[in-house]
Design a protein around this ligand. Structure first.
Ligand code: PEP
Ligand code: MG
Length: 589
């Protein structure tokens, strides 16, 4: 940490890269203040007061937006006019205002709850539209919702992200990550977090460069101070001089060229140089990412993390809402399979009012399938929504964090009950929707042959498997130097799972972040993996690697790393291999 904490001069520091890309821009200091939507009043007695309160909030927020628009015009002319104009238009939209007032009058919602519910519905509608202009409006609505709620609750936090900025914060939750106005976010710089935290995974999904600094920089960086966040190398530059700025601007341009070059080959087959066909699927968090799945020629979706539906809404979405989302994805990708993972709340994905937020060890606690089996109402609603949507495409269901056979037996029992209820009420569904088990606890990997009796397929979740094999919290930057999936102990579990699943004649995929690590792809191929699922952003690069290497060479590489003792030595050997076989890969490594 430099002595001069005011950062008047150029300062360069190293952190952990958590989402690739370069961001250059002024700092926006964000102090999160979580609002528990579940606690907003849903049975108000003075409806007139709530309506008046809502009208006052509209004029307050409208003034804030005019002020921000004026400031933006001075600096950027009309570059961001769309954003401010659309927000003002929403505030003036009589239909929208009426809908919110009706919610207050008829359902006795407090103004804040009515705003939250109606604007969440609106943003969801926009985000699912094909047109980019309309999709961008969804981010404006999410931002507007936050501004109105703050005004209604008298929260005076500086949430006025009104120009392109780098968000600097102590830590970001997954919901913070998605709730900013995406149109203005250049990058994230947080004091805490790990590259496999869900906030980081979401940042990658949203294509936002991000770095964890580990120096409490959010306490020292000044608002609007110019910073550079290098999401490739994990570097942070505060007050860059002109030469440094130019260097990073050039990297930004080069990276776009590099991506375009890879994308130009995306329609080629994912076949190794010695003719092995590999399946490459996509991991998605939001339904609008179907576009990215198509653009990157993925073989369907290998992992749809459905908890984003809950986190975005800050509550349980209804069966109908879930059905619409699943139907849309299945229909759009039909006949390609879509693996819908059931709710994985808990750990770092806390939803107030639902999952528990006061556990000593949340990652060892009431998470994922443990939560769902204890709350069968929530679980059944989700299974029903998936089954109903299953007639529109090729659905598969994936169960997270299984650690015992009793859990998968419990899932099967509930699944059969849901099917029977649907049959009895004459609802049609695909009776052959397969159920898969995630291999992300050492317990599931060790007895995978037993799970094979109950599971139709497997998917290895290396993000959690690494944390549970090594006993290292995936979100804690203090121990992130020990978090290494190349650790021979973790590789042992991965290889054992792949080989045993194959012996049991079950398909196995790897959907953790490791699937997209260039140095990992050859060893996974050597272990016999033939199906990878990753953030669609990484697919062009993975395909390039696969097309450049032979499985035979990968098997030899695996034999070479077996005697190596440390993750670091293994990683170095794999690095050499990639550099030799795919020399033009420079970024994303
Ligand atoms: C994993 O653990 O590897 C995984 C894919 O699931 P998540 O990252 O959502 O926990
Ligand atoms: Mg997991």
């Amino acid at each position: 940490m430099p002595k001069n904490k005011q950062f008047n001069k150029t300062v360069k520091l190293s952190g952990i890269a958590t989402s690739p890309g370069i961001a250059i821009g002024p700092a926006f200091l964000f102090r999160p203040l979580s609002i528990n939507i579940a606690e907003l009043e849903s049975n108000v007695s003075d409806v007139e007061y709530e309506i008046k309160h809502f009208e006052d909030a509209i004029s307050k927020v409208s003034n804030q937006i005019s002020f921000a628009h004026h400031n933006s015009q001075q600096k950027f002319q009309d570059q961001f006019a769309d954003i401010f104009e659309s927000q003002q238009a929403f505030l003036k939209d009589p239909v929208l205002i009426n809908e919110i007032k009706q919610k207050i009058k008829e359902e006795k919602h407090s103004a804040a709850l009515a705003v939250s519910v109606i604007l969440a519905e609106k943003s969801e509608h926009f985000i699912n539209l094909e047109n980019t202009y309309f999709r961008e409006r969804a981010y404006d609505i999410i931002d507007l919702k936050q501004k109105l709620i703050n005004a209604l609750l008298g929260i005076d936090i500086d949430y006025q992200l009104s120009k392109p900025s780098i968000v600097v914060a102590d830590m970001l939750s997954p919901s913070d990550t998605v709730n900013f106005n995406r149109n203005f976010i250049l990058g994230f710089l947080t004091d805490k977090g790990g590259s496999n935290s869900h906030a980081a995974i979401l940042a990658r999904g949203l294509r936002i460069p991000s770095v964890v600094n580990g120096y409490n920089l959010s306490k020292f960086i000044q608002p609007d101070q110019l910073i550079i966040v290098d999401g490739f190398q994990g570097e942070i530059i505060i007050n860059p001089d002109e030469k440094t700025k130019e260097k990073y601007l050039n990297i930004q341009v080069e990276f776009i060229d590099f991506e375009n070059k890879l994308l130009s080959e995306i329609d080629k087959e994912a076949v190794t140089a010695d003719g092995h066909n590999i399946r490459l699927s996509a991991n998605i968090e939001f339904s609008h990412e179907v576009n990215d799945v198509k653009v990157n020629h993925a073989d369907g979706v290998g992992l749809f993390r459905t908890e984003s539906l809950f986190i975005e809404k800050q509550k349980e979405p209804s069966e109908e809402d879930q059905f619409e989302v699943y139907k849309k994805i299945l229909e759009q990708l039909n006949p390609q399979p879509v693996v819908i993972r059931t709710l994985d709340l808990g750990g770092d994905k806390i939803l107030e009012g639902y999952s528990s937020d006061n556990e000593m060890n949340p990652f060892l606690g009431w998470r994922a399938i443990r939560f769902c089996l204890d709350r069968p109402g929530i679980f059944k609603t989700q299974l029903r929504a998936i089954l109903k949507a299953s007639v529109y495409g090729k659905a598969q269901i994936l169960i997270p964090m299984i650690s015992s056979i009793e859990e998968i037996m419990g899932v099967r029992k509930i699944f059969d009950e849901v099917k029977k209820e649907l049959r009895d009420t004459g609802v049609s569904f695909d009776n052959n929707v397969p159920i898969g088990v995630m291999i992300e606890t050492p317990a599931a990997a060790m007895v995978i042959e037993h799970h094979a009796k109950y599971a139709d397929f497997f998917s290895i979740g290396t993000n959690d498997l690494t944390q549970y094999v090594l006993a290292i919290d995936r979100t804690n930057d203090k121990v992130s130097k020990y978090y290494n999936t190349f650790n021979p102990a973790v590789l042992y579990f991965i290889e054992y799972s792949i080989k045993t699943a194959k012996q049991s004649n079950k398909e196995i995929t790897l959907c953790g972040e490791f699937a997209a690590v260039p140095q990992a792809i050859p060893i996974l191929l050597g272990m016999g993996l033939r199906h990878f699922s990753m953030n669609p952003f990484y697919l062009p690069e993975a395909k390039k690697i696969i097309r450049s290497i032979k499985v035979e060479e990968c098997v030899n590489l695996l034999d070479e790393i077996r005697p190596l003792d440390t993750g670091q030595a293994i990683q170095e050997r794999c690095n050499k291999f990639i550099k030799k076989h795919v020399p033009d890969l420079k970024y994303l490594m």
